[in-house]
Design a protein around this ligand. Structure first.
Ligand SMILES: [Zn+2]
Length: 404
């Protein structure tokens, strides 16, 4: 039935779809609240609810709060009517989640991206995990509503292609028709969007307090990606598919460092894992004091984990470099915040989650440069509620949204 919601509908089916969408969004919810939200007559609403129950699209989920008399029955969607797969492809990992329609995770699998993670290897991993999960949960492909993918751009969303992302640990990621491949393999709908966009959708639909409708989501790691939710809607621009590198190339220092994009002083040139690593290596080679000098035989081999460890040990050199990198993210973010005035800024990705110092400095700088301009503007910051699963959860949610 949900799959038919996408087709041209009779008036009755439109009403069923509308009611079902409201129950998904606000459930568990009582009949009187649904009548209030839809303006339907009580008899019509009762008839539609009965039909949704009969078709097993919704279930009674207990009794709600009484506003005087008897406690009312409340309704929610049947989470097991269909299942969703959410896939997150980043430069560091690929994750596959099996979820029910409440976006509750039934099973997950993770694959680290390394020099061998060609598109073939990665897609093989995704296909095998989907097959294994279907088998474990005794589901056949007809029970799958679809597969959503959140990936690194640039993307051709319409045709489900990953175009030519930079900084992947292996070559071959050029015009990869992942949507077509998975859709043919599993005979199901496959949708593709940027992982940061799916992450912000996931936090909105699943993670957060429902009153927050304006959110900026910044993912920092090997690159920087920003997703924007405005009044509950994802912002897509006409150049979404063309952007070579994403939003990390906002200039934060016009006379600054040369960036890989050819410009000078981009956030990307300061605030990514490769940029921080390069700074640390340069300083160690120049002989600056650091706990890393004793830990490593070859300072040229310093890793992101080494730097995280050194920062935790209060190493002055690494702490200084990390604060400096966070400063530039804070400046870039304050530019975006001052224009869009979101209620919430979510900072996620390995740099923010594995280095409290980076997260705190970014937040302080962005906040300082925002409240100076708008005194009393109370923008909130967090690392999100869904952690590293956000991009994959939102990818699955995107498929459900498509049908509704
Ligand atoms: Zn750049």
């Amino acid at each position: 039935m949900i799959k038919q919601f996408i087709e041209t509908l009779s008036q009755k089916n439109k009403s069923l779809k509308h009611l079902y969408s409201l129950i998904r969004e606000h459930g568990p919810v009582s009949k009187s609240e649904l009548i209030e939200r839809t303006g339907l007559k009580q008899t019509t609403c009762t008839r539609l609810i009965d039909e949704l129950i009969e078709k097993q699209l919704i279930v009674e989920s207990g009794l709600g709060e009484s506003s005087g008399g008897r406690k009312p029955l409340i309704y929610q969607i049947n989470p097991d009517y269909y299942y969703l797969f959410g896939v997150d492809i980043s430069r560091t990992h690929t994750k596959v989640l099996l979820m029910d329609l409440n976006l509750d995770i039934k099973e997950e699998a993770l694959f680290s991206m390394n020099e061998e993670s060609t598109p073939e290897v990665t897609i093989n991993f995704i296909e095998n995990e989907i097959i294994n999960m279907l088998h474990t949960h005794q589901l056949n492909t007809s029970r799958i509503l679809g597969i959503g993918i959140g990936a690194i751009g640039p993307l051709d969303r319409e045709n489900g292609k990953i175009l030519n992302p930079i900084d992947f640990p292996t070559k071959g990621w050029n015009n990869v028709p992942i949507g077509k491949i998975l859709s043919e393999k599993f005979d199901t709908k496959v949708l593709l969007d940027s992982g940061v966009n799916t992450a912000v959708v996931a936090e909105y639909k699943k993670g957060l307090d429902k009153e927050v409708h304006n959110i900026i989501y910044c993912l920092s790691g090997i690159g920087i990606r920003v997703g924007i939710l405005n009044d509950g809607h994802l912002v897509h621009g006409p150049a979404d598919n063309l952007g070579l590198f994403g939003q990390g190339h906002m200039v934060v220092n016009i006379h600054g460092r040369k960036c890989v994009c050819g410009s000078y002083g981009c956030m990307h040139a300061y605030s990514t894992i490769p940029a921080i690593k390069e700074e640390v290596i340069h300083s160690l080679k120049r002989g600056h004091d650091s706990v890393l000098q004793e830990k490593l035989n070859d300072v040229g081999q310093v890793t992101f984990s080494d730097i995280c460890w050194a920062v935790q040990e209060n190493d002055a050199l690494c702490s200084h470099i990390v604060k400096d990198a966070a400063y530039y993210t804070g400046v870039g973010l304050s530019n975006i915040i001052n224009i869009l005035q979101p209620q919430l800024v979510i900072l996620n990705g390995p740099i923010h989650t594995q280095m409290d110092l980076f997260y705190e400095v970014t937040k302080d700088i962005a906040l300082k440069r925002t409240t100076t301009i708008y005194p009393g503007y109370d923008v909130q910051f967090s690392r999100g509620e869904l952690g590293e699963n956000a991009a994959a959860i939102g990818a699955g949610s995107m498929v459900f949204d498509y049908y509704l």
